[in-house]
Design a protein around this ligand. Structure first.
Ligand SMILES: *Cc1c(COP(=O)(O)O)cnc(C)c1O
Length: 359
């Protein structure tokens, strides 16, 4: 067996321990004589799995009791539509902070269902900064304020939670579980699974219970948060395999010491990688220093003609998926929870050697 260091932005690396557990469980899960993919989601074993996953997620993020934890399908993108459908009536206004491509997409989706007011837009500098909060052009009557705490493509992360009394909604797809977060500051949090939770196909939504009453009456059943809250997310057949893997990842994270412990590791991984980039004239990170992401680290080579060679040689060295997003160029290392400090060390060593031989 040969495993690479996988810096993919998503679907992303999973912990080896989790993969080995899956391999072990596949033919005969929990002495059922079946794989988890073949059992009923109503079976005792699966219902227990679902309850354990929720309990562990609640513990990991210290989710207050007056919040529901939901596991719909559809990814983060479906939540970009479900958010306005569950929190606004037609004609209401919702505020959007656009600090990257995902925030822009969310604002565009909301515009189909309500008045989507862009309070700040960092596209003027190719999403490399967060406009000062005091300059945000917030509406007086917003149903909520939506933002993306970590923009996965440009690598821009909020190291603060926006203020104000308006219900806050956050797309945490690429930062969820990477560090502690005060859930009580948010009305709703959503995240696609394929960065820090598990395989694509399941989505996490954490929503304050009083907000479940705001959904539009004519919403499709599967587009209504309350349907999931009322049915333990078994409003229809759930993505059982993805849920099973998420459960294993939550247990793995608890064994690692939870989000406090992984947060320290993540801070160390990010700071050593940025330090290596900043110490060199060969590599640069375009993002303002106060909002650099802990999870997604873009870096540009001084000579883009070397990009292809960098990718070829890094792959040969067992470091994969480093190609940057086309809107940024260069490279991007996504260093989610399951990407070990050892992987980051290997990347830094490779980068130094590549610079030495090519500068
Ligand atoms: C990956 C990502 C998405 C898209 O998620 P899907 O599950 O593919 O819909 C949305 N927002 C952010 C911040 C992401 O990182």
């Amino acid at each position: 067996m040969s495993r690479v260091y996988n810096f993919s932005a998503g679907p992303a690396a999973l912990p080896l321990e989790v993969l080995q557990q899956i391999q072990n469980d596949i033919p005969d899960w929990q002495s059922t004589g079946m794989s988890v993919m073949e059992v009923s989601h109503r079976s005792k074993e699966f219902v227990e799995l679902a309850a354990r996953a929720e309990a562990n997620l609640r513990q990991l993020l210290a989710v207050p009791d007056d919040y529901s934890v939901l596991f719909p399908q559809g990814g983060a993108t479906m939540q970009m539509a479900m958010t306005p459908l569950n929190l606004t009536a037609a004609g209401d206004t919702a505020d959007y902070v656009v600090t990257g491509s995902w925030g822009k997409k969310a604002a565009g989706e909301a515009a189909k269902f309500c008045q989507s007011n862009i309070v700040a837009d960092a596209s003027d500098k190719n999403f490399t900064y967060i406009p000062d909060e005091s300059s945000w052009n917030r509406s007086d009557n917003a149903a909520y304020l939506h933002y993306v705490p970590n923009e996965t493509i440009a690598g821009v992360e909020f190291h603060f939670v926006p203020g104000g009394d308006v219900p806050l909604v956050a797309d945490m797809s690429s930062t969820i579980l990477s560090r502690p977060v005060d859930v009580s500051r948010f009305a709703a949090i959503y995240a696609g699974a394929q960065k820090n939770i598990g395989p694509a196909g399941i989505t996490l939504v954490i929503v304050r219970n009083d907000l479940l009453e705001r959904a539009r009456a004519n919403n499709p059943h599967l587009m209504t948060w309350k349907s999931y809250a009322d049915s333990d997310s078994m409003t229809n057949t759930p993505p059982t395999f993805a849920w099973y893997v998420a459960d294993l990842v939550f247990q793995w994270l608890k064994d690692m010491g939870g989000v406090e412990a992984i947060g320290l590791i993540n801070a160390r991984k990010a700071s050593k990688l940025y330090a290596a980039i900043d110490a060199s004239d060969f590599y640069t990170n375009p993002v303002a220093k106060d909002c650099r992401s802990w999870m997604n680290v873009p870096f540009i080579l001084a000579d883009s003609a070397l990009d292809a060679t960098f990718l070829e040689q890094s792959k040969a060295a067992g470091l994969t998926n480093l190609k940057g997003h086309r809107s940024v160029g260069g490279m991007r290392a996504s260093i989610y929870n399951a990407v070990s400090e050892e992987a980051v060390n290997a990347l830094i060593t490779f980068m130094a050697e590549f610079e030495r031989t090519n500068a």
